[in-house]
Design a protein around this ligand. Structure first.
Ligand SMILES: Cc1cc2nc3c(=O)[nH]c(=O)nc-3n(C[C@H](O)[C@H](O)[C@H](O)COP(=O)(O)O)c2cc1C
Length: 306
């Protein structure tokens, strides 16, 4: 099966995208991952100044998923550009940068520095609280649009807006991001969650509430893809959330995503991309699909009798 896929202005050799925060700065992942099987890999999100992140515990296994409250620990964009930038060319995969900020202007300033580092696209991580009202940018179409517009103005690179499944109206936020110049949307990020150990009575995370990821969130992410594709059929989508197998990738493609992110699966299996590409090829042979692009949006509705 030809795995090539078009994502707005980008052509990817494979639909697999390594999700931000699950493959470090990408350069560290080269030795342990199988990045040659991915169409792109997204570096950990970076802000203007260094953010220390939250104290431990910051990761907590919960059922078949994982709860994290890292607090977007990062060295700040200048240090990131100096340390990581020169090594991006050696990764063998197109690397996308990921920007965060506490104001729309900060998003723009980070993108301006990042665009000179050799990244091939910029993801705007909107799951970050806005300094103005403490609410995630991704929850409010106006705030999301301002952050995306600031990044759009700062770079000529393709821009992807990473939205949040916690948003009460994901279609409105996607439309606002596209209106502000996003070339594609990423659906989505982690789902808010929490855990408490009944023995110690302590929460699983020092920050109490964090991001839930892994297989249990797949139906939520898939619902987001279906909603956005229905309302905005020409807006390219990177789907993802809970992907573990080739069949999960096919599910997101059928729902209407052009590419599919792998995240938490990397913590258990750093070379998951290689296995999943093999599973995609087997699916293609079994269903006589020669071009992966033919699967995009190709789900069959139930026909009602009578
Ligand atoms: C430990 C951890 C750190 C993450 N850090 C980031 C980050 O820095 N920026 C970002 O946009 N998403 C971050 N994410 C979210 C993932 O990129 C992904 O969207 C999410 O985990 C859902 O996909 P999954 O179920 O396949 O993991 C992080 C996820 C995990 C588990």
């Amino acid at each position: 099966m030809d795995l090539t896929t078009r994502l707005g202005p980008l052509t990817l050799r494979s639909p697999l995208v390594a999700a931000s925060g699950t493959v470090g700065s990408v350069v560290d992942f080269v030795a342990v991952g199988a990045l040659e099987h991915y169409g792109a890999a997204v570096a950990k999100s970076v802000s203007e100044e260094a953010w220390p992140g939250r104290p431990p515990p910051r990761l907590s296994p919960v059922g078949s998923g994982m709860l994290n409250g890292i607090g977007i620990q990062n060295p700040g964009v200048a240090a990131w550009a100096a340390e990581v930038g020169p090594r991006l060319g050696g990764t063998g995969v197109p690397v996308w940068g990921s920007v965060v900020g506490k104001t729309a202007e900060e998003f723009g300033r980070v993108a301006a520095v990042m665009q000179g580092t050799g990244v091939s696209a910029i993801e705007v991580n909107l799951s970050c609280p806005n300094l103005e009202d403490g609410m995630m940018f991704a929850l409010e179409p106006g705030a999301a649009a301002r952050a995306v517009a600031a990044v759009r103005a700062a770079t000529t690179l393709p821009v992807g807006a990473k939205l949040s499944p916690n948003s009460p109206d994901i279609v409105a936020v996607a439309a606002a991001a596209a209106g502000a110049g996003a070339d594609f949307v990423v659906l989505g990020n982690t789902v808010w969650g929490a855990a408490i150990d009944p023995e110690t009575r302590r929460p699983g995370l020092s920050g109490v509430i964090g991001g839930y990821s892994g297989p249990p969130i797949k139906p939520i992410a898939l619902r987001c893809v279906i909603e956005v594709r229905r309302a905005l059929p020409s807006l390219p989508i990177v789907g993802g959330g809970g992907v573990r197998r080739g069949a999960d990738v096919v599910e997101f493609l059928l729902a209407g995503a052009q590419a599919v992110a792998l995240g938490t699966v990397h913590f258990a299996e750093t070379r998951a991309g290689k296995r999943i590409v093999g599973e995609l090829h087997r699916y293609g042979r079994r269903h006589r699909v020669t071009r992966l692009a033919d699967l995009i949006g190709a789900w069959s509705p139930w026909t009602t009798a009578g």
